[in-house]
Design a protein. Structure first.
Length: 241
């Protein structure tokens, strides 16, 4: 199937996203632009089988302990969203990918509620806001990769591919250019049909599989409530302007 990419937000804006009836009116004014990247290792079994995807358990900061794709905030010093994705992947995993291997597959809009401090006693004091609401615009990328030595290869025991080996198409990760644990993330490969969803944010189960496959562009919108519960959602595949 031919994959159609969602054009970069820097060349085509999507003013109807997120839904103005479901999200705060200040979303675009206060949003932070992020990237999230998924490296997909094609199954090497002749008879087929599940592909594997690289996720990272976040070690610190916002939503520490959860599994995510690799990525982060686009900085003012990044020349484009794509360059920001490439930089974040390298910083968080140690993997350097050429820009042309990163395929944009979707955009995700998420609104997190403010975090309110619990009140003790019966003084009737107004609740204290510990954290303001968060507004995220996430640009989603994927890349097909081939991992020398298999999807669990490490820097400590790299295995170079033999010339006679038949490898699936994809950028080859080998030598020192393989995922490694960093201060930010601890890498783990999972079959795409066995992702530990209970260790992820609730909304991602609805759009991570679309990103893994990369078959059609999508727009996903989520308004989250207490404990990250999904209060409202909309996922549109083959999204248009």
């Amino acid at each position: 199937m031919t994959v159609a990419n969602v054009p970069d937000a820097e060349t085509r804006r999507l003013p109807r996203y997120p839904d103005s009836h479901q999200f705060d009116s200040c979303f675009h004014e206060r949003k932070r632009v992020y990237t999230e990247i998924f490296l997909v290792h094609k199954s090497e079994k002749p008879s087929g089988g599940a592909d594997t995807v690289l996720l990272g358990r976040k070690k610190r900061g916002f939503k520490a302990g959860k599994y995510f794709g690799y990525g982060g905030k686009v900085e003012n010093t990044d020349s484009s969203i794509l360059h920001g994705a490439q930089r974040e992947l390298e910083e968080e995993s140690g993997v350097t990918l050429p820009l042309e291997t990163l395929q944009k597959v979707g955009e995700v809009y998420v609104q997190f509620p403010p975090v309110v401090a619990e009140q003790s006693g019966a003084g009737g004091a107004a609740p204290t806001v510990k954290e303001l609401a968060k507004y995220l615009e996430i640009h989603v990328f994927r890349a097909d990769v081939t991992v020398a030595g298999g999807a669990n290869a490490s820097r400590e025991e790299p295995r170079m591919c033999e010339e006679s080996e038949e490898l699936d198409e994809g950028f080859k990760l080998e030598g020192t250019n393989v995922p490694v644990e960093t201060d930010e993330m601890a890498p783990a490969w999972f079959p795409v049909d066995a992702v530990p969803w209970e260790e992820c944010l609730p909304d991602v189960k609805e759009w991570y599989p679309l990103a893994f496959r990369g078959e059609a562009p999508f727009i996903a919108q989520f308004r989250l409530g207490e404990k990250d519960a999904v209060e409202w959602e909309d996922v549109t595949v083959n999204a248009g302007p």
